[in-house]
Design a protein around this ligand. Structure first.
Ligand code: CMP
Length: 147
């Protein structure tokens, strides 16, 4: 069975360009519940750890510089088929290839500054959620801490 959570980051460029509100509205209107959310500014070592699968890519250093360039918003989103449905909502990594109406089509500046991150698998969603949030920072609809 597909997992019920995915991890998103509203990346520094989208925060700087004041797209947080619009992006969160799109997330809510698509039926996701936000069970955890915070502002964070990543240290270089944290950004490198988060994106370690890309460490041999040509764009790795530029990606890290971008991701530590300012605050981002991290959130755990909850919904049936969260990973797949969120990837549909955000669109392709390269915004020139993203469908009309997707978050990246609307707000990305480039393939690197692509507005948002979304987990690519249920396993990575768990790893990435644990990267940003302790159990005491996750909440049910009734406001109880998710243990
Ligand atoms: P994200 O979904 O966060 O996962 C990896 C990130 O690497 C991706 O979004 C982009 O920000 C970046 N990325 C992926 N492909 C490229 C590329 N070809 N050139 C520059 N950055 C890229």
């Amino acid at each position: 069975m597909a997992g019920r959570i995915t991890l998103t980051m509203i990346k520094p460029g989208a925060v700087k360009n004041e797209h947080i509100g619009h992006i969160l509205t799109m997330i809510s209107e698509a039926g996701f519940r936000i069970s955890a959310m915070k502002f964070a500014q990543l240290r270089r070592s944290q950004a490198e750890a988060f994106y370690k699968v890309h460490k041999d890519k040509t764009f790795f250093n530029a990606l890290i510089e971008y991701m530590i360039s300012g605050p981002l918003v991290a959130a755990i989103l909850e919904k049936d088929n969260a990973v797949k449905d969120y990837r549909e909502l955000i669109g392709a990594t390269d915004p020139t290839k993203a469908d009309n109406g997707t978050i990246r089509k609307l707000f990305a500046e480039s393939v690197q500054k692509n507005a948002v991150h979304g987990s690519d698998s249920d396993t990575n969603a768990q790893i990435e959620a644990n990267f940003f949030f302790s159990t005491s920072e996750r909440f049910t609809e009734d406001g109880y801490i998710l243990l």
